[in-house]
Design a binder for this molecule. Structure first.
Ligand code: FAD
Length: 456
């Protein structure tokens, strides 16, 4: 018998329950990836993620070939293509990782119906894309947790399986046609310093991180210039690393750094369980707050300055420039730039979330949209009206200004504290720096925000 394994956001061989189950129940498997027309038509096919995906598919195929198999690639409507491949291979079942977005749920339902009509079975596997499945922990009489701390308490008590080894052999029927792997050379629109994708790269990074980075994570993760976080987010997004394996290996290592790292992985699961329960939160406010954001027209110049990293607030500009150069931004930078757009410029979080999704290599409907909502105060933050002051935050998280000097070369000649507030320099000295004046005064912005939220 033959089983199809439909790969989506789980592009790996290690700790892959759908592949292991398919190999257990069938003599041969078809590892299938479909370039889905519906996804290609959305912003999800942005250049940085397309380039990272090409690396992931190339390495998945290489790993399968080492095991006697190969990846089968098709494009079109995902349900039609799965059914076509299942017919060509005469497969009796299709294995798939459970997704969490509204789109993934609909895909699963359509697949189930279409396969059942052809007398085939859909087998859906939990704990592939998240460590703890959405819905596995819920508060009494509710369908999800809206607050992280109690969620984390329950999440921490969940039993996780031991990570599964990669299979030794993956027999794949050889008569099936496959489209070519996407080119890993196509760099059009891709950030200059985008990280490389793929399971092999991800596993090396994870091992190096656990060996030399994780121990100091608790103390250093917020240090903007120190760059002391794992940078594993794109690997988690594309599933080249298993969240179950990450949690288990970090726990095995132990210590305050590993504990803090595991807590961040729980944040990822937290947002996924919110989205699974409230799929509309990808575009609509999770809590209704009746915000009257400024219109995109009214704020057009400030939005453009924010996107370009020319707001006149060095730490904000540094982070936005990191985003366009690397397709990735430090978490503290994400918090500051998102807060600046929503609360200081008073612009709708969706405007910022869209820009992030255009560029982030880890851009993710659950993590991006719900973190944006968290910062904007329309989501799960229990202190929705807190405003981060970019100047105070810069002094705290980039005390000597190294992060700003790295990303804003116009200011490379300045030391802290001037590097964070160039507008305070004497006029003649200030004139020597080709760097914009602040787009807004922080006091005015804070007053506007408080008025808008009815808090003055
Ligand atoms: P580490 O600090 O090493 O953390 C390890 C892992 O934990 C991360 O890879 C990530 O998977 C998870 N994690 C950490 N913090 C969070 C968090 N707050 N929420 C959810 N998961 C978390 N993360 C994404 O993966 N995709 C996104 O599109 C995304 N958009 C964001 C937008 C905003 C406005 C904000 C404030 C945060 C966003 N994050 C997003 C969360 C976080 O900033 C990134 O996961 C983190 O910076 C990735 O770097 P790292 O892998 O070095 O993280």
């Amino acid at each position: 018998t033959v089983a199809v394994v439909l790969y989506t956001s789980d592009l790996r061989l290690h700790d892959h329950p759908p592949l292991r189950a398919a190999l257990r129940s069938a003599d041969a498997v078809v590892p299938l990836f479909v370039h889905d027309d519906a996804l290609a038509a959305t912003g999800f096919a942005a250049p940085n993620r397309r380039a990272f995906l090409a690396d992931c598919l190339a390495q998945l195929d290489a790993g399968l070939r080492e095991r006697g198999g190969r990846l089968v690639i098709r494009s079109g409507d995902v349900v039609d293509e799965v059914c076509r491949v299942a017919t060509e291979a005469d497969a009796v079942e299709v294995h798939l990782a459970a997704g969490v977005s509204g789109y993934a749920t609909r895909r699963e339902e359509r697949l189930r119906r279409a396969l059942e009509a052809g007398r085939r079975r859909l087998c859906v596997h939990d704990s592939v894309i998240t460590a703890v499945a959405p819905g596995a922990v819920v508060p009494a009489a509710k369908d999800h947790f809206a607050v992280f701390t109690p969620y984390f308490r329950h999440w921490s008590r969940q039993h996780l399986r031991d990570p599964l080894a990669a299979p030794r052999k993956v027999p794949v029927p050889d008569h099936l046609h496959s489209a070519d792997l996407p080119s890993t050379e196509d760099r059009s629109g891709v950030s200059a310093a985008l990280a490389e994708g793929g399971e092999m790269v991800g596993r090396k990074r994870l091992t190096a991180w656990l060996r030399s980075g994780a121990a100091e994570y608790a103390d250093r993760h917020d240090d903007l210039a120190g760059d002391a976080t794992s940078r594993l987010s794109p690997h988690l997004h594309f599933g080249t690393l298993s969240p179950v394996e990450l949690v288990q290996r970090a726990r095995g290592q132990g210590g305050a750094g590993a504990d803090a790292f595991v807590r961040q992985l729980a944040w990822r699961d937290f947002h996924h369980q919110v989205l699974a329960a409230r799929p509309a939160a990808s575009t609509a406010d999770y809590r209704t707050r009746h915000d009257h954001w400024r219109s995109e027209d009214a704020a057009a110049e400030e939005i453009a300055a924010w996107r370009a990293g020319r707001t006149g607030y060095p730490v904000i500009d540094a982070a936005m420039r990191q985003l366009s150069h690397e397709g990735w931004m430090h978490n503290r930078g994400r918090l500051l730039t998102a807060c600046f757009l929503t609360k200081t410029l008073y612009v709708d979080w969706r405007v910022g979330a869209r820009h992030f999704l255009d560029l982030l290599v880890d851009g993710d409907v659950a993590n991006n949209q719900l973190n944006w909502q968290w910062v904007a105060g329309t989501g799960t933050d229990t202190r929705p009206n807190r405003v981060l002051n970019p100047l105070l935050q810069a002094k705290r998280y980039d005390p000597d200004g190294a992060y700003v000097r790295r990303w804003v070369p116009e200011l490379a000649g300045l030391a802290a504290p001037a590097v964070h507030q160039p507008w305070r320099l004497p006029a003649d000295e200030r004139a020597g720096y080709d760097y914009p004046e602040p787009v807004v005064q922080l006091d005015d912005a804070l007053a506007r925000f408080k008025r808008a939220r009815g808090r003055d």
